[in-house]
Structure formats: structure tokens, C-alpha cells
Design a protein around this ligand. Structure first.
Ligand SMILES: Cc1cc2nc3c(=O)[nH]c(=O)nc-3n(C[C@H](O)[C@H](O)[C@H](O)COP(=O)(O)OP(=O)(O)OC[C@H]3O[C@@H](n4cnc5c(N)ncnc54)[C@H](O)[C@@H]3O)c2cc1C
Length: 405
């Protein structure tokens, strides 16, 4: 059996980056990818625009069992590193909203094609449609098995990602290989994902999109709060604010916590301002139905649900008084949605959990348990916030392997 210097398992963001750096350093690299092309998940990132980093890279945007590991990996690797890496590949970056960094063409396909071109230029061999089925270690060498072939390698880099988005290559296999080679695994949970609910009224509100505040409660305690888009769907709720708090929800649900969201549907008004607004709008001579009266300030699909939550018995505007207004204000600021589950790995952009980072050297990304075994990207127990942080992590860990090995 021919012996390779390096075998990289998984041709996503981290695997391609490491392959380029190792190939440039003169290492002989074989990259194995199960999909028909490398970088398939990358093509879907940022809605096809690839939000590949963020101007503000601080450890607080990353979540891991060991925050110190994240700090050590990110040290010296700000956005400048990423701009330099892609700049040298001939791909300039531009900054969008909230510090999000994109390729200037705003096309993820450009990123993927440039990475593959650079890897091939660095003499990396890329084998697609090759699913690794197992890795064994004997006599200072690794043997990598696929359905029809096996290879030997001095060093292995596991960049097989997480189970998020299986339709794009998301898989548990990298994790299973790591575990078989002696690593501790933290269970994966969907992150950056929509949330499901069993509220019976969701069919009526599907499609309503507002800007609001979402507070997540687990067992009655507030555990996360986000502001932004809220989109009601037939199965539950989506929108940027929901994606942002979904990791907390996912972890709470995994611990069997009873979860619910309380939404502030009109966050631009303080409690007092909203009370005054509603009181001013009451015309004692008007027989306007209450639902119509509320539809002037709230999306009309949400109004019947709000009235159900308030258990309102008044029928027309003329019946309203201060007590009703107080109830409406409370309900508008605490619109309640029980949460039963996340929308699952299929819809998740990332996964929390993975290989325990205490068992990995933050400088070289080499296993502390087995010499010659390396990790990069989302397979590790590190997940970033929305906004380019997960790809930043993938590039930086790929660069670390390439630079220090
Ligand atoms: C829809 C969507 C949008 C996203 N948008 C953004 C964004 O805009 N910005 C951002 O920062 N992050 C985004 N992410 C997250 C980001 O894509 C991932 O965090 C990142 O791709 C992880 O890189 P990786 O190299 O670790 O894994 P991946 O990119 O997932 O690569 C892993 C590769 O390993 C291959 N593989 C797995 N198992 C095997 C096996 N047994 N044999 C051979 N090959 C195997 C897979 O096919 C895959 O190609 C998004 C994710 C999704 C799903």
C-alpha cells in the first residue's frame, strides 16, 4: 500500500485551507471528499454569498467546553489573517452589515472555485465521491478505508465537519472516527436553527414577519434574549433573532427543559409609551370591533391569538378601559410561544458539541492523545455565532494545521 504524508478527510472550508497550506509547504497531500465536489456546504453559505468572516473577532462570539482553547486558537488570527489568506489567492473581501465579511463578487462559488484551484496548484490530490468508512492506526501509520480502496498515511487531518445540513455533506462520521481513535466526544446539538412549537394557532400566523424581541425561558428562568427578525412558520418560528438564540434553546431542550419564548411584538415602545398610545386611541363612542382596533398597530394575523392569550371578553372599542389596556400591553410584550424542539440538523447551519478541545493542541491542532492525528473546523467542540464566525473558525484551524505542521 502506497504511503501518503497527509490524508485529509473532508473537503470543506477547513480541509481545503489546510490542504493548500500543506501542499504549498511541499507536503504530499491526499484529500478525500464524499460529495461529488469539494466545498458543497460552502456554496450554500450566506445565502450563496458566503459570509466568510467578521470584522469583530472576539472569543465571546464562540462557544466551547473550553473558552481558553478558543482564545489560544484565535490569537494572532483576526480578520486580517483571513483577508491576507484570500488576498493572496486573488480574492478580495468586502465588509457588509454588522462587520460581516464577504467575497467582493458576493458569490460563494467564487470562494469554492478559488480554493480548489489553489489546492490543485499546490499539488494536492483531491478524490471526490470517496466516503471514508474507517481509520485504523498501526505501527506509526494510519490506514484510511473507503468502500473500494485503502490508503496509508503518516498524518491524518479530520475535517469531516458536523451533522448539520446532511443534504450538503453534514455527517457524524468524523466524530465516530475520532471516538474510535480514543477521543472524548461531546454530543452534537443543532445550532443556528429554527425552533418548533405545538401552538395550535401557528397555521393562522404562518408567514408573518416582524422585528421584535425574543426572550427564551427554560423551566421558567430567562436564559437568552435577542432582538431582530421574527418569522412565524407553520411548524414554529424562524428569523435572525431565533437563529441567534437557538443554540441556547437546543441545549436546554436536550436537558429536557420546558422551554417557551416570550416575544415583545412592539419593542420600540416602552411599557409606559405603549400604555399611553393604547389609552389615547380609545374612543368611548366607537363600536369598532376590538380586533380591528388592534389591527391598526399589530399585524392582523397576530391579533386573534393575542386576544385569546388575553382572554378578552370585551367586544368593541367603547367597552375598553385601563384594565383592558394593561392586559393588552402585557400580552403584546409577552406574546407566548411554547417551544417543543429545534427544527433539526437538516435545517441547522451549525452544530454545538464535538471533539473535546482539551485533547487538542491549540497551536498545531494535533491530538494530545494520538501523535499524527489533527483536527480542524466544526468537528471540534466549538461553535460560532451567526455572522461569519463559523467559517472564520474553519479557515483559522485549517491555517494552524498548515502553518505549524
Ligand atoms: C445553509 C448554511 C449556511 C451557512 N452560512 C454560513 C455563513 O454565511 N457564514 C459562516 O461563517 N458559516 C456558515 N455556515 C456554517 C459553515 O458552513 C460551517 O461551519 C463550515 O462549513 C464548517 O467547515 P468544516 O470544514 O469544518 O466542515 P464542512 O464545510 O461541513 O466540510 C466537511 C466535509 O467533510 C465531508 N465528509 C464528511 N464525512 C466524510 C467522510 N466520511 N468521508 C469523506 N468526506 C466526508 C463532507 O461532505 C464535507 O464536504 C452555514 C452552514 C449552512 C448549512
Amino acid at each position: 500500500m502506497k504511503k501518503e504524508q497527509w490524508i485529509i478527510i473532508g473537503g470543506g472550508a477547513a480541509g481545503l485551507t489546510a490542504a493548500i497550506m500543506l501542499g504549498r509547504a511541499g507536503q504530499k497531500v491526499l484529500l478525500l471528499e464524499q460529495n461529488s465536489r469539494a466545498g458543497k456546504k460552502l456554496l450554500a453559505t450566506g445565502n450563496g454569498r458566503c459570509n466568510l468572516s467578521n470584522r469583530t473577532i472576539t472569543p465571546e462570539h464562540f462557544h466551547s467546553g473550553d473558552p481558553t482553547f478558543v482564545e489560544q486558537v484565535l490569537a494572532e488570527h483576526s480578520t486580517d489573517t483571513i483577508e491576507k489568506f484570500f488576498g493572496e489567492l486573488g480574492l478580495p473581501l468586502v465588509e457588509g452589515k454588522a462587520g460581516q465579511m464577504f467575497p467582493m463578487s458576493l458569490q460563494a462559488s467564487a470562494v469554492v472555485e478559488i480554493l480548489i484551484h489553489a489546492a490543485e496548484h499546490a499539488r494536492v490530490t483531491i478524490l471526490t465521491e470517496t466516503t471514508v468508512t474507517g481509520i485504523t492506526h498501526r505501527e506509526n501509520a494510519f490506514v484510511v478505508h473507503a468502500a473500494k480502496q485503502s490508503w496509508q498515511a503518516e498524518k491524518i487531518l479530520l475535517t469531516a465537519g458536523s451533522p448539520a445540513a446532511p443534504q450538503l455533506g453534514g455527517s457524524m462520521s468524523g466524530l465516530e472516527f475520532a471516538q474510535a481513535l480514543g477521543h472524548t466526544i461531546h454530543p452534537y446539538h443543532p445550532a443556528l436553527v429554527q425552533l418548533e412549537s405545538d401552538a395550535p394557532w401557528l397555521k393562522r400566523t404562518a408567514g408573518v414577519k416582524i422585528e421584535g424581541n425574543a426572550r427564551l425561558y427554560a423551566n421558567g428562568e430567562i436564559v437568552d434574549e435577542r432582538h431582530g427578525d421574527l418569522l412565524f412558520t407553520p411548524y414554529g418560528i424562524s428569523g435572525l433573532a431565533i437563529l441567534d438564540l437557538s443554540r441556547t434553546a437546543s441545549l436546554a431542550l436536550a436537558e429536557s427543559a420546558w422551554c417557551e419564548l416570550k416575544l415583545n411584538l412592539l419593542p420600540r415602545f416602552s411599557k409606559e409609551q405603549l400604555t399611553q398610545l393604547l389609552l389615547r386611541r380609545i374612543d368611548p363612542a366607537s363600536n369598532k370591533p376590538i380586533a380591528l382596533w388592534l389591527s391598526a398597530i399589530l399585524n392582523k394575523k397576530l391579533v386573534p391569538v393575542l386576544l385569546e392569550q388575553v382572554k378578552c371578553t370585551a367586544k368593541s372599542e367603547s367597552e375598553l378601559g385601563r384594565k383592558h389596556v394593561n392586559k393588552f400591553v402585557h400580552a403584546i410584550r409577552n406574546f407566548t410561544l411554547p417551544i417543543t424542539d429545534t427544527h433539526g440538523f437538516k435545517h441547522a447551519e451549525a452544530a454545538a458539541g464535538g471533539v473535546d478541545v482539551n485533547e487538542v493542541d491549540p497551536v498545531t491542532m494535533e491530538s494530545r492523545i494520538m501523535s499524527g492525528l489533527y483536527f480542524g473546523g466544526e468537528i471540534l467542540d466549538v461553535v460560532g455565532d451567526r455572522g461569519g464566525y463559523n467559517l472564520h473558525w474553519a479557515w483559522v484551524t485549517g491555517l494552524r494545521v498548515g502553518n505549524y505542521s
